[in-house]
Design a protein around this ligand. Structure first.
Ligand code: SF4
Length: 200
């Protein structure tokens, strides 16, 4: 089970396989093996284990990225704690890749204000140009997930750089998605849907 893995110029942290989406295109449907890393977590690592692994494996990468396979902000408290320690020890740039549902999971917390203290940027999966398509593609656990994800993105954009990402699936209207990002001054990222996952 892999908690940390280098990829391109970054060090990625895989801290949970849980997610509030069930995307039709999720890699979990194919395999948890990414390159040579088995990202299936039999048990989730504690926050102390995540920190220990990150410090052990860090070798000068540009960014540390909370990614998964899964939604890292499901473990909001642990993410905040690990980020704080990493900032103290490495003074490293930290990004979170998220589905943007965190305010639905923690409705009574000022999540963005908590994040702004410890992260440098966020990448949010937009995935579709409207709610109907989002619900069909991502099958979120929350009925108002698309609206709340966009609200979260707009709020984040006031404090740190936001990237809205999509996959280049045939049914996604890339131009409309790009306009959503442009209208909120967010960066826009098109990921190519080509699983590089290998079977176990
Ligand atoms: S948000 Fe990511 S981890 Fe969650 S189901 Fe979709 S692709 Fe999978």
């Amino acid at each position: 089970m892999t908690i940390t893995y280098p990829y391109k110029s970054n060090l990625y942290l895989n801290i949970t396989n849980r997610c509030s989406n069930k995307c039709t295109f999720c890699m979990r449907k194919f395999s948890y093996v990414f390159l040579d890393y088995d990202l299936e977590l039999k048990t989730e690592p504690s926050k102390e284990e995540i920190l220990e692994q990150a410090l052990k494996k860090y070798s000068g990468e540009k960014e540390i990225v909370f990614c998964g396979i899964g939604e890292p902000l499901i473990r909001l408290n642990d993410v905040l704690w690990v980020c704080e320690k990493l900032k103290e020890k490495l003074k490293i740039f930290i990004r979170i890749n998220t589905n943007g549902h965190v305010k639905l999971r923690y409705p009574n917390r000022d999540v963005v204000k908590e994040l702004v203290k410890v992260i440098d940027s966020i990448s949010i999966s937009l995935n579709a140009e409207n709610e109907k398509k989002y619900n069909r593609l991502c099958r979120p656990a929350y009925p108002n997930a698309y609206k709340k994800m966009l609200e979260f993105a707009k709020e984040c954009q006031k404090y740190f750089p936001v990237t809205l990402s999509i996959l280049d699936l045939p049914e996604v209207d890339i131009k409309k998605c790009q306009k959503i990002a442009t209208d909120m001054n967010a960066q826009f990222l098109i990921r190519h849907f080509k699983p590089v996952f290998k079977s176990k």
